[in-house]
Design a protein around this ligand. Structure first.
Ligand SMILES: [Zn+2]
Length: 330
């Protein structure tokens, strides 16, 4: 009699349901379909981790016990890491780093430091010697494309959107002006360079000019091959980019000078700090800063600017990141 009374009472009081589920209707549905709802309800210690995997559509039945044991903050790469038999700590650690790249896992495991340090350093190839591994650039629409000792432009690459640079040095007037060829940049970079030069004149009264911009693959190849037998590989690599690995080949780099002085002296000019503080507004960065030589693997160049677009340049400026540091977090 008592039993029946309680049952009737329970029909009216929702809190008296047999047991409330940890999971939403949708989550329950997936668990039920996979025949693991009971396990999930009764044996899952880290309910939040399982919920996360379910919500982000990364749930795999075979790993349910792992999810329920680990404290996951992101579902990214969790199955990949489990598949490779990593420890719970490693799975939790690596999956929490947003810029973890699956193809780099073996190298992360050999690196040192926190999970974040390992991922960042390897993403910047800090674990490799120059030229040890070369990737070929294939997305030319991306203004942040990377050309360095690990990333080369394809053989014979010529940008298809180059235009003449409006503000160029004049031989006999600008001390560093040695160029004989036409000075061209990719259109978007050229237009930004014009705005930059015009603003520098207006705001600071300095006359910036380009002394070198695009250089062809063939030019770099001839240059490199000319010095190779003279200096040997090591010294040639120190001073000259290999073909396809000069940023000037991208049509996005420009060497500058101003006020007719020698380009190597611009850093001592009173207007130079203005350039450092303002070029990001127009999408430019100093590509080889003095304090980033270990990362860029290039010596300091106060005159070599690179167009990356205003959005990326602002982020790099605000965080004091060089291009490699920016891209390692993408
Ligand atoms: Zn340069």
């Amino acid at each position: 009699m008592k039993k029946i009374f309680f049952l009737i009472l329970c029909l009216f009081i929702s809190g008296c349901q047999i047991k409330q589920s940890h999971y939403t209707e949708k989550q329950q549905e997936i668990l039920r379909e996979e025949d693991v709802l009971e396990f999930a309800e009764n044996n899952c210690e880290q309910v939040a981790s399982l919920q996360l995997m379910l919500d982000e559509e990364a749930f795999q039945k075979g790993y349910i016990e792992d999810y329920c044991r680990m404290d996951l903050t992101s579902s990214s790469h969790v199955n990949f890491l489990l598949e490779r038999g990593l420890s719970d700590e490693d799975v939790e650690g690596y999956s929490a780093i947003p810029y973890f790249r699956e193809e780099n896992l073996e190298r992360y495991l050999k690196a040192e430091g926190s999970y974040e340090e390992r991922v960042l350093n390897v993403n910047m190839n800090m674990d490799l010697k120059p030229f040890e591994m070369i990737s070929i650039v294939n997305d030319f629409s991306d203004m942040t494309l990377l050309v360095n000792k690990f990333n080369a432009l394809p053989e014979g690459y010529v940008p298809d959107d180059m235009v003449h640079v409006k503000y160029v040095c004049t031989q006999g007037i600008d001390y560093s002006c040695t160029m004989m060829d036409q000075v061209v940049l990719r259109q978007e970079a050229e237009e930004a360079f014009e705005r930059f030069v015009e603003s520098a004149l207006e705001e600071k009264g300095i006359g910036i000019v380009a002394i070198a911009a695009y250089r062809s693959y063939q030019y770099q190849k001839d240059l490199y091959n000319y010095y190779l037998p003279i200096y040997g590989q090591e010294r040639t690599d120190q001073f000259y980019a290999r073909p396809g690995q000069s940023e000037h080949n991208s049509g996005l780099a420009v060497d500058i000078t101003f006020d007719h002085i020698r380009y190597t002296d611009i850093e001592n000019h009173e207007a130079y700090p203005w350039i450092l503080e303002n070029m990001h507004r127009f999408g430019f960065i100093l590509r080889y800063p003095e304090d980033k030589q270990e990362i860029t693997r290039y010596g300091y160049e106060s005159w070599h600017l690179r167009y990356v677009g205003a959005e990326a340049a602002a982020i790099m400026y605000e965080n004091n990141w060089c291009l490699e540091e920016y891209l390692a977090r993408k």
